[in-house]
Design a protein around this ligand. Structure first.
Ligand code: ADP
Ligand code: MG
Length: 220
């Protein structure tokens, strides 16, 4: 497989917050490559470094040591990140929330409308288009957050505990939407979770413990 198939590569990438006696090593030298078509689960308990690792992959944090590069993307711009926390803007309806990144990027209105309609349909949220965030459930809001990322047509989707605060059935639907979207658009997908049942739905699993990303063969 050629190097250009690698969308993002971490080589001995570490991330430390703070310095001196109070420094916290959130990620110890991680080695990881994500290729087109990969479906990866990063599995670990709260505080193990999952969000920190995703933020490195997304280029939101710079590694304290080691490197993160995007050979097949030319930079982190082609990455869509579904944040862990509630991320919809309360004053905007579902359509406006989904359209926001495209509007901010100055994309033409007709193209934005088309992308948003397709993305909402793909996550099964077309009927929520005119609702405000306070008028939809947590699971629906998480699917809209997925749609907002899909509308940007990312080649790599990073989803940070997308099922974390949802019940089993609702979380399953969010995962269905992510997997269907990745299949449909050809995007690679990385999902973080503390739930082995969620991790089992992805094709590759890597455990993370105390900031250390384990090799696939060491992942339970
Ligand atoms: P997870 O997403 O698995 O719950 P995080 O990546 O959020 O784990 O956190 C890993 C470690 O880094 C934790 O000890 C956490 O307290 C610490 N940490 C995360 N973000 C920051 C920050 N901005 N400043 C200081 N410490 C942080
Ligand atoms: Mg986290």
């Amino acid at each position: 497989m050629s190097g250009i198939d690698v969308l993002v590569s971490c080589e001995n990438a570490a991330l430390t917050f703070g310095r001196g006696a109070t420094a916290v090593v959130a990620v110890h030298g991680a080695d990881l490559s994500i290729r087109s078509g990969d479906r990866l689960a990063v599995v670990g308990p709260s505080g193990s470094g999952k969000s920190s690792l995703l933020h490195l992959l997304a280029g939101l944090e710079h590694p304290t040591s080691g490197t993160v590069s995007w050979p097949g993307l030319g930079g982190p711009a082609g990455i869509g990140l579904v944040f862990q926390a509630d991320s919809l803007i309360p004053a905007l309806d579902v359509t406006e929330n989904t359209a926001l990144p495209l509007v901010l990027a100055g994309r033409p209105e007709t193209e934005t409308h088309h992308q948003v309609t397709e993305a909402l349909a793909l996550v099964g949220a077309a009927d929520l288009a005119d609702r405000l965030p306070e008028e939809i459930s947590g699971g629906q809001a998480q699917r809209v957050a997925v749609a907002r990322v899909l509308a940007q047509e990312p080649r790599l989707i990073l989803a940070d505990e997308p099922t974390g605060r949802l019940d089993h059935v609702t979380g399953g639907r969010v995962l269905d939407a992510l997997l269907a979207a990745a299949d449909r658009t050809g995007a690679a997908l990385v999902v973080t979770t503390h739930d082995p049942a969620v991790a089992a739905r992805l094709t590759i699993r890597r455990a993370i413990q105390d900031g250390r990303l384990l090799a696939p063969e060491d992942t339970p």
